[in-house]
Design a protein around this ligand. Structure first.
Ligand code: 8YV
Length: 324
């Protein structure tokens, strides 16, 4: 149908979202769900008015240099947008939007799931049961680390960190510390019962669980490096549901080997889906495949939010979640 905006959708999305996309736009769906490489992304940028893209699309300056550039909006399905070169998008006059808020609670759940799994050795236990290696209950079997009442250190205090802080305080009676270069207003911090620390170093030094909730930017790349891992308590755990780039994965492997820290719960990796093979051999590490927002409800809500941004943009209104 002419007159309808053409939207290239880079991955398969939940059926309800694809149906809505087909109703609203001239939607080019990716039925095979094969990630588009640079050439495929460029083809989409040349032919569609907008892209609905995801974390698996590396939209670099080179990709955006395509001629002729037809697309005027990148509606990202996800809150993180470090896979998109925002400066290049701005230069090329391409608007970028994301999907905040709708995935906050699920990602906070994911962080807590990792915290509990790694501290209570749930992965190890499950592997034992599945292998038929469980010989029965005994008082000294798979003793883990208590979570309730411990100190949680949050790196970043945005929406997701606050949702983690609420769970920690209300559900687990934890003491919550945080550092954020742009902290929330004092009344928000007070409501959460959280305590600010002047630096990331202070947070990692004091926490029993360090949970990462900052965006991936040039400034936060390898924020958790060998030095900061050494500052952590030997009994402490590192939880990452933010982005792989925030942690120096090689330094983490070294720290885990040297028992500088007690364990790690990871949902994200520096070179997804690849990871340091040594991580897979370690019992004190829980490895999830980027599941932060992976619930039926939330993935539909993310899709609808991206559609809302596209509709606003094509109708000439400012999209609600513009990031560039
Ligand atoms: C998404 C995420 O699944 O929103 C984010 O930043 O990491 C995940 O919730 C992913 O980014 C989809 O593009």
């Amino acid at each position: 149908m002419s007159g309808r905006s053409r939207v290239a959708v880079t991955r398969r999305l939940p059926a309800a979202v694809e149906e809505q996309l087909a109703r609203e736009f001239d939607a080019q769906l990716n039925r095979d769900d094969r990630p588009l490489e640079a050439a495929g992304l460029q083809q989409a940028l040349r032919t569609a008015d907008g892209l609905l893209c995801t974390v698996t699309d590396r939209i670099s300056a080179e990709v955006l240099a395509v001629e002729p550039l037809q697309a005027r909006i990148l509606a990202n399905f996800g809150v993180g947008f470090n896979h998109i070169d925002l400066a290049a998008a701005r230069t090329r006059g391409v608007v970028v939007t994301n999907t905040p808020e709708v995935l906050t609670e699920d990602t906070a759940d994911d962080a807590f799931m990792l915290m509990l799994m790694v501290a209570r050795r749930a992965g190890e236990g499950e592997r034992q049961v599945r292998a038929g290696a469980w010989t029965g209950w005994r008082p000294t079997h798979l003793l883990g680390t208590k979570v309730s009442g411990k100190t949680l250190g949050l790196v970043g205090m945005g929406r997701i960190a606050r949702a983690v802080a609420r769970r920690a305080r209300l559900g687990f009676g934890m003491r919550v510390l945080f550092h954020d270069p742009v902290p929330p207003p004092p009344e928000v911090v007070g409501e959460l019962g959280a305590t600010a620390r002047p630096s990331v170093d202070d947070v990692v030094r004091e926490a029993d669980f360090v949970s990462l909730h900052c965006p991936a930017t040039p400034e936060t790349r390898h924020l958790i490096d060998a030095r900061r891992l050494k500052l952590m308590k030997p009994g402490a755990f590192l939880i990452n549901t933010a982005r792989g780039d925030v942690v120096d994965e090689q330094a983490l492997v070294a720290a885990l080997k040297a028992r500088t820290i007690a364990g790690a719960g990871l949902d994200v990796y520096e070179r997804e889906p690849a990871m340091s093979p040594e991580l897979r051999t370690m019992e004190n590490v829980v490895l999830l495949p980027h599941l932060g927002s992976a619930t039926q409800e939330t993935r539909v809500a993310m899709g609808m939010r991206a559609i809302e941004n596209l509709k606003a943009f094509f109708s000439g209104a400012p999209p609600r979640d513009r990031v560039a």
